[in-house]
Design a protein around this ligand. Structure first.
Ligand SMILES: Cc1cc2nc3c(=O)[nH]c(=O)nc-3n(C[C@H](O)[C@H](O)[C@H](O)COP(=O)(O)OP(=O)(O)OC[C@H]3O[C@@H](n4cnc5c(N)ncnc54)[C@H](O)[C@@H]3O)c2cc1C
Length: 422
């Protein structure tokens, strides 16, 4: 098959978006705003993958990549401590080995700075990406602007985080350094053992991430978009690329295709001739639905590897990175581990009434998503691999995908996110 043409189609046409997580739904809405006739495919409905149960942070301060020198030093301890946050099943080691080799390669200082720049280029536009979608759908009440507090319980851990804080500072992220008492004045629910904290005043969070995705998807349908609860199984190929998506129920023809199926994009991209090293970094949550406390800001405990957020349905604690097949059954012992950590961290939390969940973060080893035209087919655009920041980046990813399809100049330089970089 021929290489991707350099000129993009510009006239509105028929577009199929595969995957109705926050990324796919945002793509569908932006494409619809450009006048395309859009079909969204997802067997599970909207917002039921990773986009359902995440920590909700619109992490403007999340430019620091996962592969950092400090993290690499801690990996063995994190892996072998049964209460550690990192889980890798022996059976999954061969599948994940290549990923970890690339992860280690991404921890070079020069590469860390490049990755942080590329993450920040997207994160700094997150509100610009969401504003038109959220306003149009009337979903403003799902965004809470109460800031984020990051905490440390030892001088040593705080000292070890200075490089990561400096990476943020150098990219203009506003922050205020607090001691433990100042942190507890801001958030009285914190354990007395918090010694240091950093407050990020400009950070917002979504108070029900699943509902945000669903609200946007309903808005897409109200505006005439077609949403089919079907799984893409493969593509029917024409001389210049795909001409239809095959599902269990039949075939759906279109002239452009967007693959935005989170971690499951790996198989679909491969069918279209592009291999991408995505792994499922499965995270867990416990929602305390009758928590006994209410939080004033979103919180991240650097020592306990958990995020705790006040949501509409209660207080949600999230954590754990379990490398496993995304469809393998969840191991809810990890949700219980997150629960115990949250209860030690916020002693007033009540756990009598709670829910648990697991969802797969779609993670590339270089902590960057793929956002770009398929290297092989000019009528295919990829948008996947948003790891820990996909909720934050949904809106802006949708905007960038619509610009690619329309052939408009991009708001940001897309080179760092190109699909063939691996
Ligand atoms: C515990 C946890 C905490 C997190 N916290 C945050 C946070 O605070 N802030 C943040 O920004 N991000 C956070 N994230 C990351 C964020 O949730 C993800 O990056 C984001 O949800 C990815 O969105 P997505 O649309 O790419 O994928 P998903 O939400 O996983 O959606 C993919 C969709 O594709 C569908 N699909 C799969 N295969 C097919 C197929 N063949 N045909 C059709 N459809 C298909 C699936 O059913 C699914 O609905 C967190 C993640 C976890 C797990």
């Amino acid at each position: 098959m021929n290489a991707a043409a350099t000129t993009a189609p510009t006239a509105p046409g028929q577009v199929i978006v595969i995957g109705a997580g926050i990324v796919g739904v945002s793509c569908a809405l932006y494409l619809q705003r450009d006048g395309h006739s859009v079909t969204l495919l997802d067997p599970r409905g909207a917002g039921n993958g990773a986009s359902f149960g995440n920590a909700g942070n619109l992490g403007w301060a999340s430019c620091v990549p996962a592969a950092m020198p400090g993290v690499l030093k801690k990996v063995p301890q994190m892996l072998f401590d049964s209460n550690g946050p990192l889980k890798l099943h022996w059976g999954h080691v061969p599948a994940a080995a290549g990923w970890f080799a690339r992860f280690i390669a991404a921890a070079r200082p020069s590469r860390i700075e490049e990755i942080a720049d590329a993450r920040q280029a997207l994160l700094s536009r997150l509100h610009e990406g969401y504003a038109p979608l959220i306003e149009d759908a009337g979903a403003e009440e799902l965004i809470d602007y109460s800031g984020l507090l990051m905490t440390w319980e030892s001088d040593e851990a705080f000292a070890g985080s200075q490089y990561a804080l400096d990476i943020r500072r150098r990219r203009g992220v506003a922050m205020e350094v607090l001691d433990g008492n100042e942190a507890r004045q801001m958030e009285p629910a914190l354990t007395p053992s918090v010694k240091h904290a950093v407050h990020f005043p400009r950070l917002a969070h979504v108070t029900d991430p699943g509902r945000l995705t669903e609200t946007l998807a309903r808005h897409f349908e109200r505006r005439g978009g077609r949403f089919l609860r079907e799984a893409a199984r493969g593509f029917e190929m024409g001389p210049n690329g795909p001409v239809a998506v095959k599902t269990d129920s039949g075939r759906h023809a279109a002239d452009r295709f967007v693959v935005a199926a989170g971690v499951w994009s790996k198989t679909l991209a491969r069918q279209l001739g592009t291999s991408t090293p995505i792994e499922a970094e499965r995270g867990y949550h416990t929602v305390f639905t009758d928590p006994g406390i209410s939080l004033r800001a979103a919180i991240m405990s650097a020592d306990r590897y958990i995020a705790v957020t006040q949501m509409d349905m209660g207080v949600r604690a999230t954590g754990v990175a379990e490398f496993a097949h995304p469809d393998q059954p969840a191991d809810m012992r990890y949700a219980e581990m997150v629960q115990r950590r949250a209860m030690d961290f916020l002693p007033g939390l009540r756990a009598e009434s709670r829910t648990q969940w697991m969802g797969p973060r779609p993670s590339h080893p270089d902590s960057l998503p793929v956002i770009g035209r398929s290297p092989r087919f000019a009528n295919v655009v990829f948008a996947y691999g948003h790891d820990h920041i996909g909720l934050a980046l949904g809106g802006i990813s949708g905007r960038l995908v619509a610009d690619i399809v329309a052939g408009r100049p991009s708001l940001v330089d897309l080179t760092p996110y190109r699909p063939d970089r691996f």
